[in-house]
Every structure is written in C-alpha cells, then in structure tokens.
Design a protein around this ligand. Structure first.
Ligand code: PHE
Length: 348
C-alpha cells in the first residue's frame, strides 16, 4: 500500500480526536489500562504510523515524523495526567468533610432478650441454668413424670414422635420433648442436691394459631430440698411476677391436674390493660402464665430421691407467652415473633 503524507496527517488527527473523546470516560484504573493499550503499546496506531514513515518520500518524512512524535508526546502526557486524576479520586474516599454513613446495628431477638431477663431474675435467688436434650425419650418426658403407658394425657402435649423403629427397651420411643418438664428427672439423676434448676429450651408441639407456635420456648423451675412447701412456691411466683411484670401486677393460682405434681395449679397474672376489670385482651381480668405444683412423690422416686426426706415444687411456663404479657409489648399474634419481618422485629 502506498502511503502519503496527507494520509498520515489525517490519521494523526483522527487518533488525537479519539484520545480526547475518551479522556472524559476514564474513571478508574482499568479505564486507564484500556487507554494505554489502545494508544501507547507497540501495536497501537501511533506506532504503526512511526513504522510506516520509512516508506514516505524523503521530502515528506521530516514533517510527518515530527507530527507523529508530537502525537506520541501528547498521548503520553495525557496518560500521565489521567493517572494523577484517578489517584486524586481515590483520595476522595477518605474525604473527612464528606457526610458520614449510617450503619444499622442489629439487636437480639425478643425471645433471646426474654430468656436473658428471666435468667437474670432467677439467678438472684439462687437458680442455675441447665439444658437437657430436646430430642428425648418418652420416659423422661412422660413415663417418669407419672403418665401411665398410653395414657390419653399424652395427647394434650401434641407431641412429635420420631424414629418409630428405634424403641428403647426401658425409655420407650424417641420424641421431640413438648415440655421442659423432661429435665426434672434428668436433673434429679445428676445427684446434685438441693436442686434449684432453671431449664430453658425449645419445645415443639403440633399446634399453630394466634397463641401457639410449632416451636416455643419454656422455662422450667425445679426446687428440691428438705422442707420445701407450697409457701415457697407462692413466694417464688410472687417474686417473679413483680420482677418481670411490675410491682402493680397481681397473681392468683387455680387448682389444676398435672400428673407429675400434686397438688397442681395454673397461675394467672392480672391484666395490665384493664387492671382486673376484664377486657378483650384477657379472661375477666386475668392472663394465664402456665402450670405449677408440688413435685409428685413418684417423680422424686423416679429421679432417685427419697420423698420421705425431700419435697419440691416445679413450674414450667412459655417464654414467648410471658413476654407478650408484659406491659407495653402489645403483640396480638404470637406467630409474628418468627416471621422474620424486620419492620416488626426492629420495634423491640
Ligand atoms: N410442663 C407443663 C406444660 O408444659 C407445665 C408444668 C411444669 C406443670 C411444671 C407443672 C409443673 O404445660
């Protein structure tokens, strides 16, 4: 291909315009690399022009050579300049005059908060925290707690039975324990006396509605010592109610029938919204906390404790249920706690 001076000048002009157009788009290191690749490497068009100079007529070579060199200098200068501009941009990231960013902080889930509050209250009067298996044998959850074999009372606990084939010769079927009372006999078997157990764990049940969850948490208190009686149980309930719900709240116990406590009761706390007058949040002024009673002598025996020397009381209540009964919490559907809706969770 024959090459002319005119053609070379035209090309030089084109390259210059292209380079100028591109400088506006160079924002970061990789844009700059692209610029270098296109205009300054050995294979770039400028270098091709340089190489073709020798084919020009000798009288044209000087002027064309000068113009090509000028273009090369121009491109090199541009490249340096752009490099500086980019590092200047980088410094902007630590511009101390720029407005700050707001990082959102997470917080503990309401249930975890409740568990910690509960434990703090009971720790002050000598309770210690324990944990027992959530995948449990029938015997610890029912048998040892005085439920006769195949007794219909097992139905009340809406239990999940698992591993049908593996039935333990003594402990029976494997289940997901529906209540923390399964920890009572396990704690007695640990040999620790006196007992002041606080067993907190997850309890699955086949129930789901505004006031029930498939998995809820329970906290179970168990006290076993010489001379423990109903007055001690009432004292502990009174202490908890005042600490957790506030000095203005009252409680009452109603007779009930659990197989593992005798006598048995259910505990109610006065409704904060209507102050015992009765409203749409409560049952005639009262809200139910959960069950309690004096440990049945047979249960003590099953745990290897002599009921003629030792007596005890127990209570097992729902963490979530007690939480929503606190004043000002105002959650009407317990399922909201586990829907992972940040708009809801962030309120607590
Ligand atoms: N475990 C019982 C329940 O889940 C509550 C309870 C615990 C009752 C301890 C009496 C004593 O309903």
């Amino acid at each position: 291909m024959s090459i002319s001076k005119k053609n070379i000048f035209k090309q030089i002009q084109e390259i210059k315009t292209q380079a100028e157009q591109q400088t506006d788009q160079i924002k970061n290191q990789s844009d700059l690399e692209r610029f270098k690749f296109e205009f300054l490497t050995r294979k770039s068009r400028v270098n091709q022009i340089m190489r073709s100079l020798k084919d020009l007529k000798s009288q044209d070579r000087k002027a064309a050579g000068q113009a090509a060199n000028q273009l090369k200098n121009f491109l090199q200068k541009k490249y340096k300049q752009l490099g500086k501009q980019i590092s200047f941009d980088k410094n902007l990231h630590i511009d101390i005059t720029a407005p700050g960013c707001y990082y959102q902080m997470g917080h503990l889930h309401l249930t975890t908060q409740a568990i910690r509050e509960i434990m703090k209250i009971f720790e002050k009067i000598g309770f210690y925290r324990v944990r027992y298996p959530e995948v449990e044998w029938d015997w610890y959850a029912f048998g040892a707690l005085n439920f006769p074999e195949e007794h219909p009372a097992r139905d009340e606990w809406e239990t999940f039975f698992i591993d049908e084939q593996s039935v333990h010769p003594k402990l029976g079927k494997r289940i997901l324990t529906p209540h923390t009372s399964s920890g009572q006999v396990r704690e007695m078997q640990s040999g620790r006396l006196p007992i002041r157990m606080m067993n907190i764990s997850k309890c699955p049940r086949r129930q789901l509605d505004v006031s029930h969850l498939l998995i809820h948490h329970q906290f179970e208190g168990l006290v076993v010592d010489k001379g423990i009686n109903l007055k001690h149980l009432k004292g502990v309930i009174n202490y908890f109610v005042k600490q957790y719900f506030g000095q203005a709240r009252d409680f009452r116990i109603r007779p009930y029938d659990f197989l593992f406590t005798e006598p048995s009761f259910e505990v109610d706390v006065s409704c904060a919204a209507c102050n015992k007058r009765g409203c749409k949040l409560c049952k005639q002024g009262w809200l139910e906390i959960g069950g309690c009673g004096m440990v049945h002598p047979k249960v003590l025996k099953n745990g290897g404790i002599d009921p003629s020397q030792y007596t005890g009381f127990a209570f097992g209540w729902g963490v979530e249920r007690n939480k929503i009964m606190q004043e000002g919490i105002n959650i009407k559907d317990i399922r909201l706690l586990y829907q992972n809706d940040l708009n809801f969770l962030e309120q607590f």
